[in-house]
Design a protein around this ligand. Structure first.
Ligand SMILES: Cc1cc2nc3c(=O)[nH]c(=O)nc-3n(C[C@H](O)[C@H](O)[C@H](O)COP(=O)(O)OP(=O)(O)OC[C@H]3O[C@@H](n4cnc5c(N)ncnc54)[C@H](O)[C@@H]3O)c2cc1C
Length: 671
């Protein structure tokens, strides 16, 4: 895009409440009058900031103090952000400022409260709200302002396109990593280990990532033929569209990268797989693929060849990869001191280029709205994907629009920055990870019944959860818990119920102890809710199917009809309705009956911008953009099919840490 046409579109304006509201900082009153007799102009002031939803702080001031705080956190997760409300209010009243610790289990809500309160205080002091905290908006006329990117995309992101010149400070480092998640933390620590000076810019107040299982290929335990077969299968499930070189890089380097994660987190055989932060390897799905390997309805024949996969699970829940990388980053800060600086609540908002288009740094924006310029030899973008950018989702991954999302604030910042630097969105279907492993126990075999929220059967239950999400696009929506704010009125899609009887374990998975089953019971005692996300469990049991239907929010009559028909088919030994194999047909006879209300949400979009086997961003013609890397979900194209492949456990995190490791190393070595 030419400079001339860009300037035409970059007519951002700071003025006006509309701009402020769109930037996520709504102000009820900006009072610029002097306050002669005290610190504040007495009155009530209100401001909003982005938490999980929108957080509103309403603060009342007398001349010298905050006298009352009201928080509207109704858009926050009930058991997390909403539960933190009273504690946040008492911290603010005690501190009489926005400099509070916040609630450690509710960092996103805490940060939003602090941001909005700072604005209330600025208003009460009669200060113009720091103009730097308000993002200049790009005029929106629906047109593309960059290749692949519209003004609405940019306005929903942290990116600022208008040139920034007013820096509060400048910092020189070798490598900047933007995003302290799975790939970013590993990139930063690997670069620091190789002697580079590193700055990490993180949007949130803490390191954030998700998931528990990552994986690597152990080359020494695999046969050369097995590795080639793995490449073929991994390419085939991605519709033959992925860049084979990226898969080869994963085969070559993933073991080293995952061992690095284990060593840096202190979770190794020597420490009995646990670390000082309480994160442990609590489960292991490592395996050797040989012979015929099944993945739900698909099979892969490795013949006599073999592929060894290391797939540790770190947690247990509610601990996750966020807890893991948070500990790694903390330890690295101690180890490398000034050589690894971390800037929390400071998103990257702009890249800095020289006249040739080489990336020579970037700009971060701190919580007070100050711009910090980082001069660097390389910038590694590790900002995740764009699940929370509505217009980008609509264009690049429309399948997920009506589904809720499991992450927040992933607004495609890295995509937009990379494209602005000359990069290109992956020009194929964008893969996405759709699942719910949290509402109830996962069962490996499908002799259960699945119904939609109208109580109707809609699929052969043998189909994998990953693909059920596709069928759910044609099923009715539902209004349950943990829905995105934009779906609160209409309900979201992605809901279904899995029903079975008390004998399930005798004909399916083998015994699971009662106390493990009980952990998922929503109506069970809170002390049983260990190793789960309490706010996400949604399993019920009841003595009758009628009672179970009521608990699950299903229409009773229809559910009973479906249940009876299913039992009839099981008795016949033939699924005339959906063709489920006879070996999975077991009539439900033994109460209590169990039901899990699954809520499939989008965990990740595993697609981003084109990058090469070192994680370097390329143009659409494959030309490397000097100084710029994109890793984790942002780097592609590692996948290529609409559905993320589940045949290889933990591939998404495995890919993220491998490419973080490779890019951190490459950037450090080429500094
Ligand atoms: C609930 C859940 C469970 C999952 N389970 C698994 C699993 O078991 N196994 C698996 O393989 N995958 C799993 N995934 C997917 C996996 O978490 C992601 O694919 C992986 O985290 C991607 O790594 P990443 O580094 O690209 O992004 P992330 O780990 O998401 O990190 C991106 C980081 O960038 C930060 N950021 C965003 N914008 C900016 C900005 N402008 N400036 C600075 N920082 C920014 C974010 O705050 C975040 O910390 C799961 C996902 C979810 C949501």
């Amino acid at each position: 895009m030419s400079e001339l046409s860009r300037r035409d579109f970059l007519k951002g304006s700071l003025a006006g409440a509309a701009s402020l509201a769109m930037a996520g900082i709504g102000l009820s009153a900006v009072n610029t009058a002097a306050h002669a007799d005290g610190i504040y102009t007495p009155g009530t002031y209100s401001a909003t900031a982005d938490g999980m939803g929108t957080v509103t702080v309403t603060a009342t001031f007398d001349a010298n103090s905050i006298t009352e705080i009201l928080l509207d956190v109704s858009g926050e997760t009930p058991s997390i952000g909403q539960a933190a409300k009273d504690e946040l209010i008492s911290q603010v009243m005690a501190a009489q400022s926005a400099e509070i610790d916040g609630v450690s289990s509710a960092t996103i809500t805490s940060t939003a409260v602090k941001t909005a309160l700072k604005n209330c205080i600025a208003q009460a002091k009669g200060e113009a709200v720091n103009s730097g905290s308000v993002k200049p908006l790009v005029q929106s006329d629906g047109a593309f302002i960059l290749k692949d990117i519209t003004a609405d995309d940019v306005n929903a992101s942290a990116v600022e396109l208008e040139p920034i010149t007013n820096f509060a400070k400048e910092i020189d480092v070798d490598v900047v990593v933007a995003g302290a998640g799975a790939s970013g933390v590993i990139a930063a620590v690997r670069a620091a280990e190789l002697g580079a000076t590193v700055a990490v810019l993180q949007k949130e107040a803490v390191a954030v990532s998700q998931g528990n299982c990552s994986s690597a290929i152990i080359k020494s335990g695999s046969t050369p033929g097995g590795l080639k077969k793995w490449l073929t299968f991994a390419t085939a499930v991605n519709c033959w569209r992925n860049n084979r070189k990226l898969l080869e890089a994963y085969i070559d380097r993933s073991e080293e990268a995952l061992r690095f994660v284990c060593e840096k987190s202190g979770i190794t055989e020597e420490t009995e797989w646990k670390n000082k932060y309480g994160v442990t390897k609590y489960q292991d799905t490592s395996a050797v693929y040989t012979g015929v390997w099944h993945d739900g309805t698909q099979s892969y024949d490795f013949g006599d060849e073999k592929v060894e996969v290391f797939a540790p699970w770190f947690g247990p829940k509610p601990g996750n990869y966020g807890s893991l990388v948070s500990g790694i980053l903390k330890d690295a800060q101690e180890e490398y001191g000034d050589k690894l600086q971390v800037f929390f609540s400071t998103p990257i908002v702009q890249l800095v280029k020289d006249a040739d288009g080489t990336i020579i740094g970037c700009v971060g924006k701190d919580i007070d709205g100050n711009y910090i310029k980082f001069n660097a030899k390389s910038v590694i973008l590790a900002t995740g994907a764009y699940e929370n950018n509505a217009t980008m989702v609509r264009r690049f991954c429309p399948d997920i629009e009506k589904f809720d999302k499991k992450v927040v604030h992933r607004t495609g910042d890295g995509n937009i920055l990379a494209i602005e630097a000359g990069g290109c969105m992956e020009p194929v279907a964008h893969s996405r990870v759709m699942h719910d492993f949290d509402a109830g126990l996962m069962w490996d075999e499908p002799p259960y019944l699945i119904v939609n929220m109208n109580g109707e059967r809609f699929i052969d239950e043998e189909v994998d959860m990953a693909y059920i999400s596709n069928a759910l696009r044609w099923q009715p929506g539902f209004k349950g818990e943990n829905m995105d704010p934009e779906h609160q009125e209409t309900g979201s899609i992605g809901w279904y119920c899995q029903i079975y009887d008390n004998d399930y374990m005798s004909y399916a998975n083998g015994p699971v102890p009662d106390f493990v089953m009980a952990r998922y019971l929503k109506e069970g005692p809170a002390e049983d809710h260990v190793s789960v996300f309490p706010e996400l469990i949604d399993t019920f049991k009841a003595d009758t199917i009628e009672e179970l239907a009521e608990k699950l929010g299903l229409p009773v009559e229809k559910t009973v009809e479906t249940f009876n028909r299913y039992n009839e088919l099981c008795e016949k030994g033939e699924d005339e309705d959906f063709g489920k194999p006879a070996k999975y047909l077991h009539a439900f006879k033994t109460a209590p009956f169990w039901g899990i209300r699954r809520h499939i949400r989008c965990s990740s979009i595993t697609a981003g911008v084109l990058s090469d086997e070192y994680g370097r961003v390329t143009t659409e013609d494959g030309e490397v953009i000097k100084g710029l890397y994109a890793v984790g979900n942002l780097g592609g194209q590692f996948y290529g099919a609409p559905d993320y492949p589940f045949f290889h456990p933990g591939l998404s995190l495995g890919h993220a840490v491998t490419f973080g490791y490779i890019a951190g190393e490459h950037a450090a070595q080429n500094r």
